[in-house]
Ligand binder design. Sequence first.
Ligand SMILES: O=P(O)(O)OC[C@H]1O[C@H](OP(=O)(O)OP(=O)(O)O)[C@H](O)[C@@H]1O
Ligand SMILES: O=c1cc[nH]c(=O)[nH]1
Ligand SMILES: [Mg+2]
Length: 209
Amino acid sequence: MSKPIITDHPLIQHKVTLIRDKNTPSKEFRELVSEIAMLMCYEATRDLPLKEIEIETPMTVTKSKVISGRKLAFVPILRAGLGMCDGMLALVPAAKVGHIGMYRDPETHTPHEYYCKLPADIEERDVILLDPMLATGGSAIDAVNALKKRSPRSIKFVCIIAAPEGIEALSAAHPDVQIYAASRDERLNENKYILPGLGDAGDRIFGTK
Ligand SMILES: O=P(O)(O)OC[C@H]1O[C@H](OP(=O)(O)OP(=O)(O)O)[C@H](O)[C@@H]1O
Ligand SMILES: O=c1cc[nH]c(=O)[nH]1
Ligand SMILES: [Mg+2]
């Protein structure tokens, strides 16, 4: 079971502080989530393989590196994961995008899948699953289950705020899935919301509350 990678770059930490602030309005919240996702994409793609090709600069012929032999798919968990997708695509525009719709029952806190549409060639792709919040881990675990039915090459999970409970549950259920988080928070409250957290990410992105 690999340990979660906490992306503690100062730019990410600064932006996380801004999205935690309850006075940050939806427009800024959305922009910041997208910027954080872009910075986290940099970390989550660090192990992409390279090959050398020959190119001609205005000065000379030289060998230089390009990404080789790997195709990516970004899969946001609806709704809140959508907020991370554009930031990722800004860095990897050739990636394909799948969607998994999941909502957490407000009483039982268990996830319910309501939509799943994945790229046809997903078995040839490395998947980066996106959701800003990892709370109990139930939604991420079920989303990974849905992905594994289609046998992608690999799966990574990128979130912004993770509760220790969610990290433990996801790592135990899917030890092969590397978790990236910008912050490991303190704990869940009695309603299974993350403390200190940032509230309901989907509502803050889309202004639904
Ligand atoms: O780890 P868990 O306990 O499963 O909780 C995390 C999930 O809860 C939130 O989604 P929500 O159900 O609020 O749906 P939304 O994105 O449509 O708001 C969040 O975006 C995660 O998907
Ligand atoms: O703190 C939490 C927990 C689940 N979903 C959220 O959006 N926030
Ligand atoms: Mg929500």
